[in-house]
Design a protein. Structure first.
Length: 318
């Protein structure tokens, strides 16, 4: 069923991926969107980029992906293509001109906010959610000009709606689920899901347990329930993977809480139980098997595994 399937993970937290990218190779993935920034300083982003470049340079199984063709070639040669991704816009400060700088450094996907208030817009944990700022509209204009994908994960709902109205290109939620299935502020309400689908974008299914189910040990069926809801709402073709596999020490978790990037209410402490059967990227074929048992066709399964992402990337980076 997944033999020779092109598989893409739309979100891989940087430190976890750097330590465990063998999991994605063993799981048969063709491409990963690697999060290298979004909530830090420009210098931190540069350090993160330098580390990724070094990892790719030193491991011939990896290749930096700047286009859809790069992903196809990696798939054909058995390599893992690495897309560069920011989960926010903090590194831009107040300068939309830096969008092009990061584009030239290889960045292809950028989120607008990471949970909190920022210069571009408000994140999903900002109670007021003031929406997209003037600067935010300038940033989206630059992203559209260059072909950088606008990512709405971690973004406030009003800000998402404003961004969808402002963008002339497809918008995505790289690692978010359906709020109607699991009412969590990191998940998307139906109107935003519709807006993303109407834009030509898609939503990457997130395996982080708190976003999947109220049960801290979710199942693959719990995750598939989000796919079913989205498919019933907007039709098939708007779902991909954005599994967000993350490992974190207790000290790292406390730092995320202390800095306000996370709240204890919405991000329970580790260890985290990703859906049983796909606890790591190594066993992603089990998800395909379970989707088949739930009635998905082979074509639909291949779409979720990677073909839907590739179609979007072909439109953005021909």
């Amino acid at each position: 069923m997944v033999h020779n399937a092109l598989i893409i993970d739309g979100t891989c937290p940087g430190e976890t991926w750097q330590a465990r990218y063998q999991d994605w190779i063993d799981g048969g993935f063709s491409a990963c969107a690697l999060s290298v920034g979004g909530s830090g300083s420009g210098s931190q982003a540069m350090t993160g980029l330098a580390g990724v470049y070094r990892t790719i340079r030193e491991d011939p199984r990896l290749v930096l992906a700047l286009s859809a063709d790069d992903i196809r070639r990696a798939h054909a040669s058995g390599q893992l293509a690495v897309l560069l991704h920011f989960q926010g816009t903090q590194e831009l400060g107040y300068d939309p001109g830096l969008v092009e700088v990061f584009w030239r450094l290889g960045l292809r996907i950028m989120g607008l906010a990471y949970n909190r208030r920022g210069p571009v817009c408000d994140g999903c944990e900002e109670p007021s959610d003031a929406g997209l700022s003037k600067l935010g509209r300038e940033v989206i204009t630059e992203m559209n000009r260059l072909g950088m994908v606008v990512d709405l994960s971690h973004t406030g709902w009003r800000s998402c709606a404003d961004a969808l109205a402002a963008s002339g290109d497809p918008c995505i939620a790289s690692h978010s689920n359906a709020h109607a299935v699991q009412p969590h502020p990191r998940n998307l309400p139906d109107d935003i899901i519709r807006g993303i689908a109407e834009s030509g974008g898609l939503i990457g299914m997130n395996g982080f347990p708190a976003f999947v189910s109220a049960d801290p040990a979710p199942t693959m069926d719990n995750l598939i329930d989000h796919m079913v809801h989205i498919d019933s709402l907007v039709g098939v073709g708007h779902v991909g993977l954005g599994l967000d596999y993350c490992e974190m020490s207790d000290a790292e978790y406390r730092e995320m809480i202390d800095t306000g990037e996370w709240t204890k209410e919405n991000y329970p402490p580790p260890p985290w139980n990703y859906p049983a059967g796909i606890e790591t990227a190594r066993t992603i074929d089990a998800l395909a098997e379970r989707m088949s048992a739930r009635g998905y066709s082979d074509t639909e399964i291949h779409g979720v595994l990677g073909a839907n992402w590739l179609r979007l990337f072909e439109r953005m980076w021909p």
